[in-house]
Ligand binder design. Sequence first.
Ligand code: ATP
Length: 309
Amino acid sequence: MSRRIVVVGSVNADLRVTVERHPRPGETLLGGDGTVTPGGKGANQALAAARAGGEVTMIGAVGNDPNASAALGLLRESGADLSGIAEVDGPTGVAVVMVADSGENEIVYIPGANATVDAAAVDAHRDLLADAAVVLCQGETPADGIARAQALAGGRFVLNPAPVIALPSEVITAADPLIVNEHEGALVARMLEPDADVEALEQAPRDCVAALREAGCRAVVMTMGSAGALVSQGEGVTAIPAVRVDAVDTTGAGDAFAGSLAARLAEGETLRAACDYAARFAALTVTRSGAQASFPTVDEADGLRREDR
Ligand code: ATP
């Protein structure tokens, strides 16, 4: 088996505009900055995995429009293998993010080409998936494609169901680990056990992790922002403290965590050690603005690894 991480996921161009306040219906406002940056949870996590030392191949799709090259810019520079990214007719996925002075975001997400990453598209890469050390998926591409990726994964299947979409329970429980934040964890718990009380579980992360394990999940990592993370595999739940940093912008922290975690798992580290590394990788990310732009460089990521020894 290779050490390869295969990410099956979304690729977006994020159009980020700053406004004093959000416009009222029908209103035109003058904005401040307007920037197009690479995004999409799949591409973000693929970049984080590559920066963390992983050999990465990405399976996904972009459109045949100018946004495609903007969306793939940093990932291409990282040396990740992009041969699994199809170019399809139509637009590349776009997220329009309107950031008001209050700090509140309004986001419109247009899946575009990401909607074509279905079971048939994933099937075309069955040999790659069978040989991968880790197959990593999120929730921004079609559910049948994610299910097929899980079925074809020859190594470890890692799932970060963000956003939470309806997936067969056997796909969720096979994840090793399932990576969720408090909100996603509660929603997934209800998907597995319809009687689960989402509001109560969201307020009680340890109970939520226990509920997910009882519902059959092989291993669970729950991220909790500056409160760190919980890991459950085998018996019990272990806390992974967050690194204390001056947070500037937490955008992309979850993707940095999931991608760098996958990279360390592909190298054969234990889940606990991989989580420790991912917490430090994600902490560096929150000290800078943006999503992909805030990820540690290869040198910084190597430095984090040397601290381990
Ligand atoms: P997002 O959707 O914004 O990317 P998320 O909810 O998926 O985030 P978080 O739980 O916010 O993910 O963050 C993932 C991990 O990043 C945390 O478990 C923690 O290790 C690290 N992290 C996040 N915020 C901070 C912070 N303020 N200080 C230190 N570490 C942080």
